[in-house]
Design a protein around this ligand. Structure first.
Ligand SMILES: Cc1cc2nc3c(=O)[nH]c(=O)nc-3n(C[C@H](O)[C@H](O)[C@H](O)COP(=O)(O)OP(=O)(O)OC[C@H]3O[C@@H](n4cnc5c(N)ncnc54)[C@H](O)[C@@H]3O)c2cc1C
Length: 585
């Protein structure tokens, strides 16, 4: 495959090798980004950390509105909002750098998340000047608290099937909104509701900006939840709510598109926020392993615990590498579009939509890695981890939701492959020729069937393996691929592993010459040994379903790697993190 220094299009990582210098990571944070993170961290440390238990109870619902206002006063909530409306519109990398810290503030992180992401993005992306001027400054100061109302009792993953309806009033002066939304974060104290509803009998949703002050909004009781108990989550009932015509957001029937674009940005931000949560869980586990003594030794000196710590640390490195690589790619695409004469809004849309596949993959990978890390950290705590007094118990209950909202991980897996194939069919990605070239290379280069000896070699083979598998799937199943969900999920797993492994490899290569380079290479080796079996297993299942033994043998060969002493690598990595007591490079 050719290596390019050019900006890659979304999905193109499967066809082209990116130059490491092109890839953004937390190692590239600017002074401003570090300062922003530190100020948010200091604020939350002071206001939230010492009383995290309050945020694991209904007390959180009462504290959140005032604390949001304090954050508004400090200017934090304007991170993505133009200066003209009171914000400091940072680039996407900075928004992620902010989100990793801010959204990690126990249940309060959700309040910040909605106020700076789902509860403002519809307006930022689709609002007209009047709507922006009317509502954005209030959202930035938190004088207006917002929420995002898409889900209904009968419409969850199938969001476009919602029954909430807006009907034009008899005199044509306003809409009348009726319906019910469910699981709405921040709804208990929200003043502004972005509501997705169908106008009359339209087949598609529209989106409305609805003020509580319009009247006719009734709230259900707070949901009793497994975790994030301090986050307000209620049903919202709309009963003859009068909505002015000018509060239709975007165009009639555009609501589903609005919802999807907003969720794209939400998913990538979530991938960064769960990285922050994973770091917190990791720190708790490592600290406990340093202190707790059994059989006359600290837990951290046992190989079994070191194995866990190395796996957890390596996952965090990969999580960071994935999220910030995507954020960098989005910003590069944005800059290129602006240089090409696009309007700011068009550039924003297109740059985010371009990487929708990567955003979905990041959400899946990072939320599952987060769950693994927090689960293993709890395990290191033994019985203490099961105590309701221990912070890791709260983290464990809190982390589980992340695989469910912002599109379940099943939906995001299928979506990622759907988006990839759509790009191929629209001629934006030449997957067909990529698959042909991979097949040809396998015919002409018998050495490809030898076990890989280096990471770039292994990554190249995984890409070839993905392309020939996707090609075989398309050939046999394309007309009814939507019905073959198991195959779509497995293709997604293969693509996710390619992206995960390549992201941490590229980041590490960029750090050549730095003192941390050897550690980074070890973190990549651990990721490699995670990626290969997952990729192989998913590929195997597809080969069985296609009844294709030849492809099976090829994939087996492409996943082979020269043996190396991973146990020794893990021990060194674990010792490194145990010494520092947390994740730091
Ligand atoms: C605490 C919390 C906060 C939330 N906050 C908000 C919010 O602020 N605003 C908002 O609008 N929503 C919110 N949600 C809703 C959330 O986005 C939905 O719960 C989520 O999208 C899943 O929908 P569902 O619960 O109806 O599950 P379902 O759609 O019924 O899915 C159930 C299971 O079936 C699977 N499934 C569904 N369809 C398919 C399919 N086609 N193929 C294969 N498998 C499928 C899913 O992956 C899942 O495993 C929140 C939810 C919770 C729990």
């Amino acid at each position: 495959m050719t290596t390019t220094k050019q900006n890659l299009r979304g999905g193109a990582f499967l066809l082209v090798d990116e130059d490491p210098t092109n890839v953004f990571s937390p190692d590239d944070f600017t002074e401003e980004q570090l300062l922003l993170r530190k100020s948010v961290q200091d604020f939350l440390q002071q206001k939230v950390e010492s009383r995290y238990q309050d945020f694991d109870s209904e007390k959180g619902h009462e504290i959140a509105p005032g604390l949001l206002e304090e954050m508004g006063e400090m200017g934090f909530l304007g991170v993505g909002v133009p200066e003209a409306y009171g914000g400091f519109e940072a680039d996407f990398r900075t928004q992620l750098a902010f989100g990793e810290i801010a959204y990690n503030a126990w249940s309060f992180g959700l309040s910040i998340g909605v106020q700076t992401s789902l509860g403002v993005a519809p307006l930022l992306l689709y609002g007209n000047d009047y709507q922006k001027a009317k509502y954005l400054p209030g959202i930035v100061s938190a004088a207006i608290k917002s929420c995002y109302c898409l889900t209904e009792p009968g419409a969850g993953s199938d969001a476009n099937s919602g029954k909430t309806q807006a009907v034009l009033s008899a005199d044509g002066s306003h809409y009348v909104l009726d319906g019910q939304k469910m699981w709405i974060t921040n709804s208990g104290f929200a003043d502004l509701f972005f509501v997705f509803a169908k106008i009359e009998n339209d087949p598609n949703l529209s989106c409305f900006i609805v003020e509580k002050a319009f009247g006719g909004i009734r709230l259900g009781a707070e949901e009793k939840k497994m975790g994030i108990k301090g986050s307000s989550t209620r049903q919202v009932f709309f009963e003859n709510v009068p909505v002015p015509l000018e509060n239709l957001l975007g165009e009639r029937g555009q609501g589903f598109k609005i919802a999807l674009n907003v969720l794209n940005t939400g998913r990538i931000k979530m991938s960064a926020s769960v990285t922050g949560k994973a770091k917190r869980g990791f720190k708790a586990g490592v600290q406990y392993a340093k202190e707790r003594v059994q059989f006359g030794k600290t837990l951290g000196s046992f190989g079994a615990i070191q194995h866990k710590i190395a796996e957890m640390g390596s996952r965090i490195y990969t999580m960071e590498s994935i999220s910030y690589r995507i954020a960098g790619a989005i910003d590069q695409q944005y800059d290129a579009l602006m240089e090409g004469g696009s309007s700011t809004l068009e550039a924003k849309f297109k740059s985010i939509a371009e990487f929708a596949m990567e955003c979905a993959m990041a959400k899946v990978h990072n939320t599952e890695a987060e769950d693994f890390i927090i689960d293993e950290s709890l395990q290191i705590h033994g019985g203490m981890g099961y105590s309701a007094e221990s912070p890791i118990e709260t983290m464990y209950r809190n982390s589980r939701i992340n695989r469910i909202y912002e599109g379940t991980n099943e939906i995001n897996r299928m979506l990622s492959i759907d988006m990839l194939l759509r790009k191929a069919m629209q001629g934006q990605l030449d997957l067909a020729n990529g698959a042909l070239a991979a097949k040809q290379a396998l015919k002409e280069q018998p050495e490809l069937f030898e076990p890989s000896k280096s990471l770039p070699e292994a990554i190249d083979k995984l890409k070839k393996g993905f392309l020939i598998t996707a090609g075989a799937v398309a050939q046999k199943l394309l007309p009814h691929l939507k019905e073959e969900q198991e195959i779509l999920m497995q293709l997604a797993d293969m693509a996710i592993q390619v992206y995960a492994l390549e992201s941490c490899y590229l980041r590490s290569e960029k750090a050549q010459g730095q003192s941390s380079y050897p550690l980074r290479k070890q973190l990549c080796q651990i990721q490699l040994q995670r990626s290969l079996p997952v990729f192989r297993q998913a590929g195997q299942e597809i080969c069985f379903a296609l009844e294709n033994p030849k492809l099976l043998r090829t994939l087996e060969a492409l996943c082979a790697y020269e043996p190396f002493n991973l146990k020794a690598v893990r021990r060194e990595v674990a010792e490194y993190f145990i010494e520092r007591g947390q994740y730091e490079l």
